[in-house]
Write a protein that binds this ligand. Sequence first.
Ligand code: SF4
Ligand code: SF4
Ligand code: FES
Length: 459
Amino acid sequence: MGYNARFKVWRGDNTDGDLEDFTVEVNEGEVVLDVIHRLQATQTPDLAVRWNCKAGKCGSCSAEINGRPRLLCMTRMSAFAEDEVVSVTPLRAFPVVKDLVTDVSFNYEKARQVPAFAPPPELALGEYRMDQLDVERSQEFRKCIECFLCQDTCHVVRDHEENKESFAGPRFFIRLAELDMHPLDVRDRTREAQETHGLGMCNITKCCTEVCPEHIKITDNAIIPMKERVVDTRYDPLVWLGNKIPRRSGAAASRSLHSGDVTTAEAQARGRLRQKPTDTTALTTLQQALHGQGRFADAAGASRSRVEHAGRVRTARQGALAAHAWELLCAVESGQLDLDGVEDEIATTLQQAQRLTSTGTVLAGTHALHHLVHGRLAEAAEHAREAIVWDRDRATRADDLVTLSEGLAGLGESEEAASALAESQSLWPDNPRLAGVRSNLDDMNVHGRPTPAASVDEG
Ligand code: SF4
Ligand code: SF4
Ligand code: FES
């Protein structure tokens, strides 16, 4: 049901202005921006308001409603009582252009003062790689729609024009935190945040977090971690050096791995882990470097530590558990570990990983290999086929084709097994599993007996 609401809307420009009273119709389901548009259409055609998407995504319609920084398009009229007077005013921290439109160029100035992502100079375009864990860590900050409500509410600049020169504001603290967390960024962002962008002026009142329409935990996840690092680095230069050097060696290890130099990657990751044994990115690199050398039992040791330090973030934990189950299975398949000795660990790890996965198909390839090492060849082939349907990257597909090939060969379907193996080799010729598997298959084709891994279970 519609009703007439009373509004006070600020009208004016940078030199003068005042609140003007309006009575305006409101219909069910409307947001404040709808009412402002009705005012424009029916009473004040020259009322200035900035908006674009009316979906909370462009960040244009920021204003203050009853004194609180909010998006006009995301504030429902049902949030106010019908007899309540709703005031709509421009963002207070920025100069007014006209009516509800403010000049937010302060924020663009500040954006320009944050140097762009700075990868190591020796890395060519196209060689940038980062671990999923690192992607997820800064994902939250990338949701920012640049509405600048956090900038508007921050008391450091809201009523203190004089602070603007030396204070970048919460929106840019999350940008700095995002860059600081990037494993390939070589600038000292924490020091810059403190010395150039006024991080020290923030007294973590969390007002910025409260108004963020994207629910970014600006204070807890960006500002406080950076402040903690400032304490570490500013007051103890040795700690700063200690933190920076291994971090770079961690990034170098990751680069070596992606360039295919697995032995250098192993050495660099071990160097990083000597400094910080809990660094999950270095543990992942070490695990992958060892896997790349066909040292699956050692890789399982690294993945075990990865699980221990994975924390409670669901995707990171699931990734670590899945990787650990996979390394254990590869080690059993290649004869580097005895199935009896690790079967309980495999089963528990797989169970825990499965509980954290979003779909039943994520671990299909791992389940296939699990069946294979138990000699359950038909189940192995079935799960491998299921996995291949969903495989999105070449290496995973290549691995699942190897499993399929082994399963089929054990079932006597040697032609299809050979074709799966050939496809796998073409996708990933250096797959370390291939060396062991080829000889197993050769033996099987010549002698018509099951794979050694299968015989482990039967014995
Ligand atoms: S927590 Fe810091 S940046 Fe956020 S509003 Fe408060 S003083 Fe400003
Ligand atoms: S951090 Fe939140 S409040 Fe600040 S500009 Fe980005 S989306 Fe807006
Ligand atoms: S109009 Fe785009 S966020 Fe409101």
